[in-house]
Design a protein around this ligand. Structure first.
Ligand code: AMP
Length: 326
């Protein structure tokens, strides 16, 4: 079924001389990997076209993949095709100039809440948007060109967004896509060194979080990285946000939450879970995302407590109605 939409996207790409790629703000490995991967594929295949990746922010975590492009004059957007990857809603697109593009294509794997774009290819069951880019390449591999760099970008997106092939969303298709990319000669030693190496100071922060995390009656584990903690460890928002993964393997704790103070007074929430679906809670608090990985924003400590109580009630209900969880 997706062949038709993929064909429409390829035909659109062929129609335009300038294509600008976009992704969500606060980019992760998937947002960066999928856009950089598609940029490389399109540059190799259509050297006569101008293929640009223009956004406003940057991710330290995947900075080893290299940078993006300089911005161009607004008029040049108006004759371009825009392709937005890995971004559920227009509000989350990092570069607001996407709206100047002549036409817009959405390629995404998040739960669809607010559709946008002239063409939209959304597959919610995909483990990553990078997997969709790999699939797009494989569907048209007689026409499209790829190289080791493109394969590395896309593979990075696949491995980071799937928790190194661990998450429930990983399917046979994920592994087939990854296998095809590996065949192109990716240097996985270097890639995993980049993904796993930690700064000494970051490890000290990790140790501190174990003292500070709390647990609710029914097993929701949470951590509030407040302004003081950010200052104490000189943390960027990205480094503070990484703390959510420190809580991901605690017995009986099927939901874990990181609250990160922002400079503007709001508190960013990262929700993660095993088995239990948490995106409904995120949606109640200015957010959304996947069943077991969502993001939200709360605006006071009171709202933070409310969200924790909602998560606790959800986990209580889940434990009462299910068994077999760990
Ligand atoms: P985060 O904890 O911010 O990495 O978010 C986890 C997942 O939820 C990511 O896939 C995000 O794209 C998605 N997400 C985060 N915030 C929002 C939001 N406000 N609306 C929709 N999806 C979100």
């Amino acid at each position: 079924m997706s062949f038709e939409i993929k064909k429409l996207i390829l035909d659109k790409i062929k129609e335009y001389d300038r294509i600008i790629l976009f992704r969500h703000f606060r980019p992760d490995g998937d947002a960066v990997g999928s856009t950089k991967g598609l940029r490389e594929i399109l540059r190799l295949t259509y050297p006569e076209k101008e293929i640009l990746l223009i956004n406003n922010d940057y991710s330290d975590y995947v900075s080893f993949l290299g940078g993006e492009d300089q911005d161009i004059e607004d008029e040049k957007y108006s004759t371009a095709l825009g392709i937005v990857i890995d971004t559920a809603t227009e509000e989350r697109i990092s570069n607001p100039k996407f709206s100047l593009c002549k036409e817009l294509i959405k390629i995404d794997h998040h739960i669809e809440t607010k559709p946008y774009g002239d063409l939209s290819w959304v597959e919610e069951e995909r483990a990553s948007a990078s997997e969709m880019i790999a699939d797009f390449y494989l569907t048209f591999k007689d026409e499209l060109k790829i190289n080791k760099d493109a394969a590395t970008y896309i593979y990075t997106g696949i491995v980071t967004d799937s928790g190194r092939f661990r998450f429930r969303s990983v399917s046979g298709e994920t592994l087939r896509c990854a296998a095809a990319l590996l065949d192109l000669g990716i240097d996985t030693d270097t890639l995993y060194a980049h993904l796993y190496m930690k700064d000494f100071d970051a490890l000290k922060f990790q140790g501190y979080t174990y003292k500070k995390m709390k647990r609710t009656e029914n097993g929701v584990v949470y951590l509030h990285v407040d302004k003081a903690m950010k200052k104490k460890f000189d943390l960027t928002n990205e480094e503070a946000g990484a703390s959510v993964s420190y809580m991901d393997s605690i017995k009986d704790s099927l939901i874990w939450l990181a609250f990160i103070d922002s400079d503007d007074g709001s508190i960013r929430v990262r929700l993660r879970s095993r088995f239990v679906t948490v995106n409904s809670i995120a949606e109640k608090h200015n957010g959304g995302g996947h069943a077991c990985a969502s993001g939200a924003t709360v605006y006071s400590k009171k709202e933070m407590k409310t969200l924790i109580a909602e998560a606790d009630a959800l986990l209580k209900q889940y434990k009462e109605q299910n068994d077999g969880w760990l």
